[in-house]
Design a binder for this molecule. Structure first.
Ligand code: AMP
Ligand code: ZN
Length: 476
């Protein structure tokens, strides 16, 4: 498997630290608002990457965090010492506790992951469940002489880090760094690049909802420390792959590296850094204030299967920005429906498996090899999709066709076997369940019961079409 490594700025062969195994971490959401279709491009990338690694035979341990404290409004602009805690801000706005805000948006996020057919990571970990681990890491940095205290918190000393022979900011993109440098840094910091590890609760009498005791007084962790503390806890001091959106490349990820390497003394913290490019909407930035920060719920509300969005993501390379429009989503939905039709109309029932001619065997193998070559080539998913289409339309035996579609779908995650209605809309879950029950009755030759279920389905506004050994529902 070859991937572009933002650290070496080259496409490189993945060589796991432990043979056959991959340890991978991906920066998860800050749970203070509903995740957007932009955020989901990044989470879909880590899902596709983990699926692809498993497909080619690795055992993958994937860890994802949920940021439920300490991410300040100024953090993404390059200075992690300024601004308001996003969770506390949302709490005021919505009139709920910060804890309820975190719980509500975490639950919503998990439900959306399911709608996007994103496999559950091996470990999902919350920052607030790992405060002691974060404190221990700051203590390690302190005893290694890499911290200093100013009026609002304990900070990481990037110059002291470099004096020890490490390099700060190897990952950074220069343009992004310049953008950050234009912001007014906290004048108490020794160096504008230094960042907060532990922040003190305000001394002006305002009370934070989320705060903890620490050796430095009551406060809360800086945004970056959770990822270093939790990734090393679950994956060890050094691991294989770290993924995230391209906006994290210039500040958050260099800070993760500095903290982990500064605390453990081991370099490199992560071998391969994978960054996904942003999703644009109508050719521009997506933003709540612009009214185009669409969510999975907006897509479902239009009767479009959220997996059409997954298909849309797969049509572009992860290192290039893609432009979302409702038209492009509609095209993706049409393509997905066609693929599902191809799968579902491929007749397999009652067909005896025949021994293959040499020519067909070669064709089947060639499709498999081409598909694997595409995903191993820095996740060339549009090429992988093209191989799927070519194979699905080819003249290889039906059995092999549907088998291979399901095989490829282990990486693509498009649920090609999901029942579809004639107009291409997804079939509601209750109807799907009834279709399955009817199938089971028919298999047991209980035709009376099967017929009753058919009538129930009709009462719900769908009729069934049995074709090619498969059943599909059609909206009346
Ligand atoms: P946040 O909740 O803002 O911390 O963002 C969560 C993740 O989504 C990060 O990995 C970001 O890089 C990513 N992200 C934010 N906006 C976009 C976008 N428009 N396209 C792709 N990824 C994004
Ligand atoms: Zn992170």
């Amino acid at each position: 498997m070859k991937l572009y490594n933002s650290l070496s700025r080259q496409v490189e062969e993945i060589v796991p630290i432990e043979a056959g195994k991959i340890g991978m971490y991906t920066c998860g959401p800050t749970v203070y608002s509903t995740a957007t279709i932009g955020n989901f491009r990044t989470y879909t990338l880590s899902d596709v990457l983990a699926r692809a690694l498993r497909y080619v035979g690795y055992e993958v341990k994937l860890v994802m965090n949920l940021t439920d404290v300490g991410h300040l409004t100024g953090d993404n602009e390059g200075d992690s010492s300024q601004g308001e805690d996003r969770l506390e801000k949302a709490s005021k706005k919505e009139g709920k506790t910060a804890w309820d805000i975190a719980k509500g948006y975490s639950d919503e996020f998990m439900a959306q992951m399911k709608m996007m057919n994103i496999e559950m990571p091996t470990v999902v970990c919350k920052a607030t469940d790992h405060i002691p681990e974060q404190i221990v890491m700051v203590q390690q940095l302190e005893s290694n002489g890499l911290t200093y205290k100013i009026s609002d918190g304990i900070y990481f000393d990037t110059l002291a880090f470099e004096a020890k022979g490490f390099t700060y900011g190897e990952l950074s993109n220069l343009d992004e760094m310049k953008k950050g440098a234009r912001l007014e840094p906290n004048p108490e910091k020794k160096n504008p690049r230094d960042f907060a590890l532990w922040k003190f609760s305000p001394s002006d009498g305002t009370k934070r909802q989320m705060e903890w005791e620490s050796p430095w007084g009551v406060g809360f962790p800086g945004w970056h420390i959770e990822c270093s503390a939790m990734s090393t806890k679950y994956l060890g001091d050094q691991f294989d792959i770290h993924a995230g959106g391209e906006d994290l490349r210039s500040t958050h990820h260099p800070n993760e590296i500095a903290q982990a390497e500064g605390a453990t003394g081991k370099k490199p913290f992560v071998k391969t850094w994978v960054h996904g490019a942003f999703l644009l909407v109508d050719g521009g930035r997506m933003g709540k204030s612009l009214g185009n920060a669409y969510t999975i719920a907006d897509i479902a509300a239009k009767g479009i299967d959220p997996l059409a969005l997954r298909y849309f993501y797969l049509t572009g390379h992860y290192r290039k920005q893609i432009n979302f429009t409702w038209d492009s989503l509609a095209s993706a939905a049409t393509a997905l429906t066609k693929l599902r039709e191809l799968y579902q109309n491929t007749k397999v029932d009652g067909v005896e498996r025949v021994s293959l001619s040499e020519e067909k065997m070669e064709k089947i193998e060639a499709f498999q090899n081409k598909f694997t070559a595409a995903i191993e080539n820095d996740l060339n998913m549009s090429e992988a999709l093209a191989v799927l289409w070519e194979m699905a339309k080819s003249n290889i035996p039906n059995y092999d066709k549907v088998d291979m579609m399901m095989q490829f779908d282990r990486v693509l995650g498009l649920q090609l076997d999901k029942p579809i209605s004639k107009d291409g809309a997804a079939i509601p879950e209750n109807i799907e369940k009834l279709i399955e029950q009817r199938e089971n009755m028919r298999k047991m030759r209980n035709y009376d019961e099967a017929d009753k279920i058919r009538q129930d389905i009709e009462k719900l506004g769908y009729h069934l079409e049995d074709k090619g050994g498969r059943t599909r529902a059609i909206k009346n």
